[in-house]
Design a protein around this ligand. Structure first.
Ligand code: DP6
Length: 328
């Protein structure tokens, strides 16, 4: 009745931006990401507690954070015939304070894997991906390591909308991601609200969906060939297009800061000098630099020289795994 799992966050190279079903968290388009080590979240779940208890990083979760966890636990109960009692969940991330990367993807992936195991359900990446998606869309890409594609799916019930692993972490071990922390403030508009606003008001939204869907198979092919330059270019244009559709919303949604643009400009100059470094950017001001092991240190120095308060170096990460040591 008790199990613990560890999962890594992921960074999308082709982003997910917009839901066709807000309740089931079904995207308008497929997306593709890289799972990132060494950052991780560990979660322990035990069914049969006196009441539902949700503790995240030492705090009792409240509001929508708690609701999202309870929703995942409820889905596990439903799958097992509703016989499981209330659950206690304790989750802890090893992310440096405001790593600039959301820990929710890793958190819900670890929760899904731990909750299924605690309920006595067999290990099943597809089932865990479907389950974690109910907590946060991008979480479905953190159940497995390496490069994962979240299939958009067609069915209204969402049973065909989950992530599959295209390549494992060992496929391209020299690939590096350097998160440049330019700004630590909590973002004003969360991804969930920002994408909803974009879907509802951006005249560019339909073009974004069509383009992003077509970029996924191209990205898969470039990863297969380990073509860093072409993949870097694809990741950059996809990030620009996601931000463009948000900028075209009404009122406009701008996640970029002045120093985000400065760093991007600097990367462009460095590339002209032959440095293999590209960026991607989620719904926030902190770019993630894409490079290889030989240029990781230079990329880090570049981010610091552009005013980054901190950097987090990441390598391709592995699957979410069950652990024998519990958090309580
Ligand atoms: C910009 O997965 O956090 O990081 O499904 O509403 O929980 P919800 O949103 P979330 O959005 C992630 C958006 C993104 C792009 C991506 O990771 O693909």
């Amino acid at each position: 009745m008790k199990a613990t799992a560890l999962a890594h966050p992921n960074i999308a190279l082709v982003k997910y931006w917009g839901k066709r079903d807000d309740a089931l968290i079904l995207p308008h388009q497929s997306s593709l990401s890289l799972t990132l080590a060494p950052l991780s979240v560990t979660t322990t779940v035990e069914f049969g507690a006196g009441s539902e208890q949700v503790e995240i990083n030492g705090h009792h979760a409240k509001g929508s954070e708690r609701e999202r966890v309870l929703r995942v636990l409820e889905a596990v109960r439903a799958e097992t015939g509703g016989k499981l009692g209330p659950a206690r969940m304790v989750s802890r991330g090893d992310f440096p304070a405001a790593a600039g990367l959301a820990s929710s993807a890793a958190g819900f992936a670890a929760l899904a894997v731990a909750a299924r195991a605690a309920a006595g359900l067999p290990e099943d990446p597809k089932a865990a991906s479907l389950l974690s998606r109910l907590g946060s869309g991008s979480a479905c890409r953190s159940v497995q390591g390496g490069f994962c594609e979240w299939l958009r799916g067609e069915r209204p019930d969402g049973t065909d909308s989950y992530a599959v692993q295209r390549f494992d972490a060992g496929h391209w071990p020299e690939l590096r991601m350097v998160v440049a922390i330019l700004n630590r403030d909590e973002k004003e508009v969360k991804s969930r609200d920002g994408m909803k606003h974009t879907v509802e008001t951006s005249p560019y939204y339909a073009a974004w969906v069509k383009d992003a869907e077509a970029e996924v198979p191209r990205a898969v092919e470039l990863i297969q060939r380990k073509d860093l330059q072409a993949l870097g270019e694809l990741a950059e244009r996809n990030a620009w297009r996601m931000h463009s559709t948000a900028l075209a919303a009404n009122p406009p949604l701008c996640y970029l800061h002045a120093n985000t643009l400065e760093l991007i400009e600097h990367l462009r100059e460095q590339r002209k000098k032959g440095m293999p470094v590209w960026f991607t950017l989620d719904a926030g001001p902190n770019p993630v630099l894409l490079t290889d092991a030989a240029h990781e240190v230079v990329a880090e120095a570049l981010a610091l020289a552009c005013g980054a308060a901190d950097v987090v170096r990441c390598v391709p990460g592995g699957d979410a795994v069950l652990k024998s040591e519990h958090l309580f």
